[in-house]
Design a protein around this ligand. Structure first.
Ligand code: MG
Length: 385
């Protein structure tokens, strides 16, 4: 079997553009991958085009060889981040093809299941405190046993946020107090055993991160996520040494090499590699295995499209040290429109279906209605919907 074509398709929806990658073969079996990002979507679409010479003509069964070829072809650029996004999409699609050829789900090829379902967590919506609490209660009533939010509004913090010199954000006392109030309200409404996480979106200065973590200690979080920018592990260590709140990072760490210092230096309690960014199913499974002897659980970051969830699910089915898989449950109605079969979700968990490969297919007739022009930069980056 030979790979005959690789192409990206961008599916627009009211919230986000999803970048799916389709790998075609000369035997008519196609594989489905994903490398959705945010502002870098135009680069990813063009990147998929640019790696075609490394992929087309190869045997899709040789997943590891193709992974290594792309990774090392870009070693001078730093093959983590942008390149590992491209590798992820191809890797996921090749595992999908292998599963379809052999007629089994991917988790069977990874060594078989170690669980019969994968627990999820999702995020409450709403702007005001009351709306957020109502949304979280609804999520709990749907069967989810954990939820995550960012209670530190950019509007309430001292910096402007996310632009140039203001991108390291300082939380003033009022911003911290209001963030804590939101988490206390969730704890009160959801009960003492409900599992809560806070996402700081990698944006605080060290002093703010430490102050916020310590102010949240009594809320009893599962983790505080990405409290500061991730490029400097010494900053993370400083936060680590000054709070008892468990920490988690990973959506901005790519490939097994990025995880070595986090694990060896015991900088976090959980890791959250994204299967569509970290290097695909192959790499997410390797990262999980790397974390296992440190007794650290993975909790895949899955805030992208349905292929992201399907691929992370396959790894979680086979991985002993899993906490939960992330999802954005408000997107499920859109997933239901464009994939078949829809995920079997009951009581806040995904259950396996008996379909080979990833277990889902795109419904191309419907997908075609939502396609984004790959040359329309404003639409591709999500600046315009
Ligand atoms: Mg996050």
């Amino acid at each position: 079997m030979k790979i005959t074509d690789v192409r990206a398709v961008v599916v627009g929806n009211p919230w986000k553009n999803w970048v799916f990658v389709i790998v075609e073969t000369d035997e008519g079996i196609t594989g489905l991958g994903e490398c959705t990002d945010y502002f870098s979507n135009p680069h990813l679409v063009r990147g998929i085009e640019s790696i075609k010479p490394l992929v087309v003509g190869e045997d899709p069964a040789n997943i590891e060889e193709i992974w290594q070829t792309i990774f090392h072809a870009y070693s001078d650029l730093n093959p983590r981040g942008y390149i590992s996004h491209l590798i992820s999409a191809i890797d996921i699609a090749l595992w999908d093809i292998k599963g379809k050829v052999l007629g089994v789900p991917i988790y069977q090829l990874l060594g078989g299941p170690v669980r019969d379902h994968v627990p999820l967590y999702t995020h409450p919506g709403g702007g005001t405190l009351e709306e957020m609490v109502a949304s979280a209660v609804e999520i709990k009533n749907q069967g989810f046993e954990a939820t995550k939010t960012d209670p530190f509004s950019r509007q309430r913090s001292a910096g402007k946020g996310f632009r140039g010199a203001d991108s390291v954000e300082r939380l003033n006392a009022r911003a911290i107090a209001e963030g804590v109030e939101r988490m206390e309200a969730l704890r009160e409404a959801l009960g003492p055993d409900y599992e809560l996480m806070v996402d700081a979106h990698a944006r605080f200065d060290v002093a703010s991160a430490i102050a916020a973590a310590n102010a949240l200690e009594h809320v009893d979080l599962i983790w505080l996520e990405e409290p500061t920018h991730v490029e400097n592990h010494e900053a993370l260590r400083q936060i680590r040494e000054n709070t008892n709140v468990p920490l988690c990072v990973g959506e901005r760490h790519f490939t097994r090499w990025d995880y070595i210092p986090l694990l060896q230096q015991r900088l976090v309690d959980y890791i959250m590699p994204d299967v569509a960014w970290c290097g695909g199913i192959s790499e997410q499974r390797r990262i999980a295995a790397l974390a296992e002897p440190y007794f650290i659980r993975i909790s895949p970051h899955d805030a992208l499209g349905p292929v992201n969830i399907a691929a992370g699910f396959q790894v979680c089915m086979n991985t002993p040290n899993v906490y939960r898989e992330e999802c954005v449950s408000t997107w499920f109605p859109m997933f239901e429109k464009i994939i078949t079969p829809m995920f079997d979700i009951r009581d806040g968990s995904i259950y396996p279906n008996d379909q080979p490969g990833l277990g889902i297919e795109l419904i191309h007739d419907v997908v075609d209605e939502y396609l984004v022009d790959p040359n329309d930069l404003d639409k591709l980056t999500g600046r315009e919907r």
